[in-house]
Design a protein around this ligand. Structure first.
Ligand code: ADP
Length: 397
């Protein structure tokens, strides 16, 4: 069966067509600037060059029509419409309603709508993507795969904030966690690589991309993760602050004479390594170059980023009373050896020794700790699209 994987944002839409038998990507692409002037679609059929077309895309219905047109194009297309057996949608927030992926029906759509206030930028866009696909492919089954679902196994002590309990009861204010598809994929994959039973391992996954989070997975279940009610909490990220004292918000409001909305915008878009580096960059390629050139802002930002990752790892060792393996994944985790080295340098007390030669790896599965290291450290490239396709196939085959 061919599975179409859709990751729909408010103005962009990423897609991949995956063969469920071989798990190969048959084609993939991106619609950009949906509803904005200058929209374009790019499509890369497997083994061929990327094709980019600038074309008006007033809404997501048109974007989906263009996706189908690209996939089924007589010259550069990769499949017939009738060959698409199911569609898997990435949904950011499932609240407490969803602990695993589900086949989409009216009830599921209603439940996703109900938790939209928890992810006002993402869930409505995800729903638009679902509706556009339903319109274009009315008889094709669709599956919702939630970023939050994997973390629903967290115990109460890990997901509750120290707030009046009534806020949890009334508004479901709690830690949810995100990147769940990635944390799930990587923690399962490392068990396979190690030849160990998933249910027997204590694993810490560091998903370090533009958005970044750490999770603790014990005996096959997520027991803690660094993102919270929203993806703002936890690590210092590309442009997001991560953990701060909540009083900082009121303090900035007073000092700068701005409102909460403006401060939240700063915490989401102007902070993180971007803010710490004095607006040098949010991209670790630039920060690494700056670091090596002795740029003070880059050094400050990278040092703070790595320190925070190490602190979270340490806290999850405590939460699980041990750790067997630590995995690095996503853009920074997979590619930036100096960040991995800096993080691991804090963890000598765990009996971790890094294999400097192995740690030069970029974007490949690799053991980067030495043979005698007490904790095994791996680079495991994430593959959220494949994980979505697998869940979709499992529910629709
Ligand atoms: P997201 O999906 O959250 O946008 P990614 O997982 O794609 O994030 O990671 C993007 C980040 O990864 C970039 O901002 C950059 O900092 C880092 N990155 C990607 N490729 C490399 C590379 N080759 N070397 C160093 N850093 C990289």
């Amino acid at each position: 069966m061919k599975i179409l994987v859709i990751n729909c944002g408010s103005s962009s839409l990423k897609f991949q067509l995956i063969d469920s038998d071989t798990e190969a990507v048959i084609g993939k692409g991106l619609c950009e600037r949906i509803g904005i002037e200058g929209s374009k679609i790019s499509f890369t059929p497997a083994g061929k060059d990327k094709i980019t077309k600038e074309t008006p895309m007033p809404d997501h219905n048109e974007a989906i029509r263009l996706v189908i047109e690209a996939i089924t194009d007589p010259v550069n297309g990769v499949a017939q419409l009738s060959e698409i057996g199911a569609v898997g949608h990435r949904i950011v927030h499932g609240g407490e309603n969803f602990t695993s992926s589900v086949v989409i029906n009216d009830e599921v759509i209603k439940a996703i709508e109900e938790v939209s206030d928890l992810a006002p930028l993402h869930n409505p866009a995800n729903l638009i993507g679902i509706r556009a696909c339903q319109k274009a492919m009315p008889n094709v089954p669709m599956v919702a795969v939630f970023d939050t679902a994997f973390h629903q196994t967290m115990p109460e002590e890990a997901y509750l904030y120290g707030l009046p309990y009534s806020y949890y009861e009334k508004y479901k204010i709690r830690r949810y966690g995100f990147h769940g598809t990635s944390h799930s994929y990587v923690s399962k994959r490392v068990a396979e690589i190690m030849g160990k039973d998933y249910d027997s391992l204590k694993t810490i996954v560091c998903h370090l991309g533009n958005g970044a989070s750490v999770s603790a997975v014990k005996n096959g279940k997520c027991v803690d993760t660094s993102m919270g009610l929203t993806p703002l909490e936890g690590l210092i990220m590309g442009t997001r602050s991560g953990d701060i004292d909540p009083s900082v918000i009121d303090f900035i409001e007073q000092k700068e004479g701005i409102d909460t909305k403006a401060v939240m915008n700063i915490l989401n878009k102007k902070s993180g390594v971007f803010g710490l580096s004095d607006d040098l960059s949010s991209d670790f390629r630039d920060l690494e170059a700056g670091y090596n050139a002795g740029n003070k802002g880059a050094i400050r930002a990278v040092d703070a980023f790595c320190y925070k990752v190490a602190k979270y790892i340490g806290s999850y060792v405590a939460a699980m009373n041990g750790v067997d393996t630590i995995c690095f994944t996503a853009g920074i985790g997979e590619n930036t050896s100096f960040v991995r080295e800096k993080v691991l340098a804090y963890l000598g007390y765990l009996g971790i020794t890094i294999d400097k030669e192995a740690n030069k790896v970029h974007g490949e599965e690799k053991l980067i700790s030495t043979a005698d290291s007490k904790v095994k450290v791996y680079v495991v490239p994430t593959n959220e699209e494949l994980a979505i396709a697998r869940d979709t196939y499992a529910l629709c085959k």
